[in-house]
Design a protein around this ligand. Structure first.
Ligand SMILES: [Zn+2]
Length: 243
């Protein structure tokens, strides 16, 4: 047994820890699960109308007691038609459709790659350049934060303005950091190897993919998919991580 006494410095500074928590929340939307529903695609869906997130929603019908789950555009729900006319899709149908696309993709990918050695293809430098640009933008935003604090300390700006500007910067930082995490995941060879072996599993499972537990299905989807864009008519565009 290990006993640690006294002042122990946390491994991750508190502020950074908060930020990491925000990132984790954004990516996975681990909000309390109402009615015990697991949303396989949470954090992955985008509304084609407004590029906002689609969030899981479950209602219980009072008479039958049955639950009814959908994914809905968050912007539409919160801000109404002025911001987005809204996209609503049935949860089960959408999840089934995405899983089927992944199953098909796994099937064709390996047939293709056996012939073409897709995995040995040349890396493009685009994502490296993108990463650099994001790094620079993050540094600039952090500089702006410092500047704002100095202005506040000098009483050049009031608290309201400080809070408003800070919130905007934090929002932008979160957005960039999610993008950064995605790009890192996309370009990291270790992640790629993991994804390829995961896809191989999916191929082996074939139709059994659908009978896996929600947790397994969710984990597969979250690891392979970058995002799924859903249009008003329910049609989808799937964007996968690089393999
Ligand atoms: Zn929308």
């Amino acid at each position: 047994m290990v006993i640690i006494k006294g002042d122990v410095k946390p491994i991750i500074p508190e502020k950074q820890f908060d930020r990491v928590q925000v990132l984790i929340r954004q990516r996975q939307f681990t909000r309390p699960k109402r009615y015990g529903v697991i949303y396989l695609l949470s954090g992955l869906l985008r509304c084609k109308e407004c590029s906002g997130a689609l969030c899981g929603h479950t209602q219980r019908k009072p008479k039958s007691g049955k639950t009814y789950s959908t994914y809905r555009c968050h912007h539409h729900l919160n801000k109404g038609n002025r911001i987005c006319l809204g996209v609503t899709v049935k949860k089960a149908k959408l999840e089934q459709e995405v899983l089927e696309e992944i199953r098909k993709f796994a099937h064709f990918h390996f047939e293709e790659s056996e012939a073409n050695e897709v995995l040995a293809k040349d890396e493009t430098n685009d994502s490296v350049e993108d990463l650099k640009a994001i790094d620079m933008a993050i540094i600039r935003l952090k500089g702006k934060q410092q500047k704002l604090l100095t202005l506040f300390e000098d009483s050049s700006i009031g608290k309201d303005l400080l809070v408003e500007r800070m919130n905007r910067i934090i929002e932008e930082l979160d957005r960039l950091q999610v993008k950064q995490a995605n790009l890192v995941a996309e370009t990291s060879p270790r992640e790629k190897t993991k994804r390829v072996s995961l896809l191989e599993k999916v191929k082996e499972l074939n139709d059994d993919l659908f009978s896996q537990s929600d947790k397994i299905k969710r984990s597969i989807l979250q690891q392979l998919l970058k995002q799924v864009i859903v249009a008003k008519d329910g049609s989808i565009e799937i964007e996968m991580y690089e393999l």
